[in-house]
Design a protein. Sequence first.
Length: 149
Amino acid sequence: MHVTVDTASVPVTAVRLNKASHLSILKDGSCKRVCDYLLIYALDGENSAVFVELKKTLSDERKAKEKLRRSLPFLEYLRSVCAVEFGKETTNSRISIRYFRIGEKLSARLDKQSVRVGPNRVFRREEYENITINAVLGPRVALATLSRA
């Protein structure tokens, strides 16, 4: 699946987490599953990190939610690397973290929804294991949508 994030000239660092891996000492399985992307940016003086899991259909599967939840150690690792490289001022900087599932359609069987969701609208928000996961439909999403959810 391909999704375009409209950034409106805001510099964004996109880390493709499905190409990264947890430490080799961890057993293969659910501990090693991670989401597709981590987006890191600063907008209006606020540092933000957005974990993104891309899906063709946004069914209510637990596996995608677990991938999002288990990706947080990568952000903490990157923060530690920055602290070593740039000093302690980066370790105290506050960063807001958001989780998103982005899909093309709601159901694998039919692409008919009773109510069409407008572009750049979070249509579902749910709590899962102490994180809030937002869901967006469509091949294009604005960075502002990812920032205000």
